[in-house]
Design a protein around this ligand. Structure first.
Ligand SMILES: Cc1cc2nc3c(=O)[nH]c(=O)nc-3n(C[C@H](O)[C@H](O)[C@H](O)COP(=O)(O)OP(=O)(O)OC[C@H]3O[C@@H](n4cnc5c(N)ncnc54)[C@H](O)[C@@H]3O)c2cc1C
Length: 411
């Protein structure tokens, strides 16, 4: 069964930027018009590089970027305390700070370009019902505070106050962080893509890239179903499909299915939240409807390492997982009992072994770049890494790109 469209795709603005027939030559060619390719195109265009963007869909944001939960949360994939233990304090802080810069860039760019992203800003509560995770979250609250980042551990009464609703007695409390954004994914990404176009990017849509090779003259030849294009520099931003054009990364990228359910609007407001190390998570749209996602571990071996469809945006949709998500919500938020689930959909995520994305130069392949595998966590990085990568592509330092994201780490 194919996934139905997301709430963003059915309510989002249509793409009115059109499509240009594939030219034979490009300076910088960006493969993929998701949030990554579109945002990179925006920063490249603003720097005067007039990139060409190619995507197999007829509009930007038809892939996972138009099917996610729209959460532009802060922090890396792991909580700050375990991230410090794993990557060292300097790297963990660099990643966290990058997501703070990202939050500010999302706000700045949407305001400057007049993008209607339906942004909401709430607190985020990472809830737990396990003693182990509670300790990890308390250590994280301390580590963030020591780094000057607003965070605190709240016990159950405190968590209930922030939620403004009941929470089950099994919840021990949660890590509270203020000032977390969420956006209308399709409105946001198409707005960025359109701004990129206004600043000089060209979009060739409905074109599938099939091959990539270096010519003897040192350019990159990209084969597509609409002919060939030669480019001085190529950026591969194809999410879980990245390994199809960069086989050396294939073994490092695991395709993972993610699913979400959306309820009818409810008459109360809740913060963004996660439970059980984010394996189930949720938030609320501007219209009051609730989103709930995750629960992948409840169907082992069915959501990780999935068969990637060659030409579709989503893997098979699991009605069983959608049912589990629908029943998980009232178990956490009793007020939602009886609130109907109105929509459910799936999308593809690309995970790396260390849950850090692959962003930067492809080692030993001059002029070839990658920006992919965000491990279910792309929005918190999309502006900052696009901005910094555009700077590197233009010959600058791009020093704000965390070293932990360097694709060379897997050599
Ligand atoms: C259910 C779900 C919920 C999520 N929730 C969140 C969230 O709340 N916050 C968050 O930060 N992240 C979330 N994510 C992850 C987030 O969606 C991704 O990290 C992000 O969208 C990745 O962006 P992208 O541009 O790399 O990928 P995509 O948006 O998938 O873009 C890749 C593009 O490449 C194109 N493409 C692929 N192959 C080819 C080819 N051969 N030729 C031409 N074009 C091609 C596709 O058409 C697509 O447009 C979620 C993901 C899912 C599935």
């Amino acid at each position: 069964m194919r996934s139905p469209d997301s709430c963003w795709l059915v309510s989002g603005p249509r793409w009115t930027g059109g499509s240009t027939p594939l030219p034979g030559r490009a300076g910088v060619l960006v493969l993929g018009a998701g949030v990554m390719g579109s945002t990179l195109a925006y920063w490249l265009a603003r720097a005067g590089h007039a990139p060409l963007v190619l995507d197999r869909n007829d509009s930007p944001a038809e892939g996972s970027s138009g099917r996610n939960a729209g959460r532009v949360i802060q922090g890396g994939n792991a909580q700050h305390a375990p991230a410090i233990e794993r990557f060292g304090h300097g790297q963990a802080l660099a990643v966290y700070r990058a997501t703070l810069v990202n939050r500010d860039l999302v706000r700045e760019v949407t305001a400057r370009e007049g993008i209607e992203a339906h942004r909401t800003t709430t607190a985020k509560l990472d809830l737990t019902d396990s003693e182990d995770e509670a300790l990890e979250l308390k250590r994280t609250a301390d580590a963030l505070s020591a780094d000057g980042i607003a965070a605190e551990w709240l016990d159950l009464p405190g968590a209930r106050r922030v939620f403004g609703t009941d929470l089950p007695d099994t919840v021990l409390g949660g890590l509270h962080r203020p000032d977390q954004d969420a956006v209308h994914s399709v409105g946001y990404v198409r707005g960025i893509a359109d701004a990129a176009r206004r600043h000089g990017a060209t979009f060739s849509l409905g074109v599938t890239a099939t091959s990539l090779e270096r010519t003897e003259e040192g350019a990159w030849r990209v084969g597509t179903d609409a002919g060939e294009v030669l480019a001085d520099q190529v950026v591969v931003a194809l999410n879980a499909w990245t390994g199809r054009l960069l086989p050396e990364l294939d073994a490092r990228i695991t395709p993972v299915r993610g699913q979400l359910v959306q309820t009818a609007p409810v008459p109360f407001r809740i913060p963004q939240w996660g439970l059980d190390r984010g394996l189930v998570y949720g938030g609320q749209n501007q219209d009051g409807s609730l989103l709930l996602g995750g629960l992948r571990t409840t169907v082992p071996n069915r959501d990780e390492n999935i068969e990637l469809p060659a030409d579709a945006n989503t893997p098979a949709f699991s009605p069983e997982l959608a049912d589990r998500l629908a029943t998980a919500l009232p178990a956490l938020l009793p007020e939602t009992a009886g609130v109907p689930v109105v929509r459910a959909w799936s999308g593809v995520m690309a995970f790396t072994p260390d849950r850090c994305p692959l962003v930067g130069a492809m080692p030993g392949r001059p002029g070839l770049w990658v920006m992919a595998a965000f491990s279910g966590h792309g929005m918190p990085y999309s502006q900052v890494v696009a901005h910094q990568l555009a700077e590197r592509i233009g010959g600058g330092a791009g020093a704000g790109l965390p070293a932990a994201f360097d694709p060379a780490r897997f050599r």
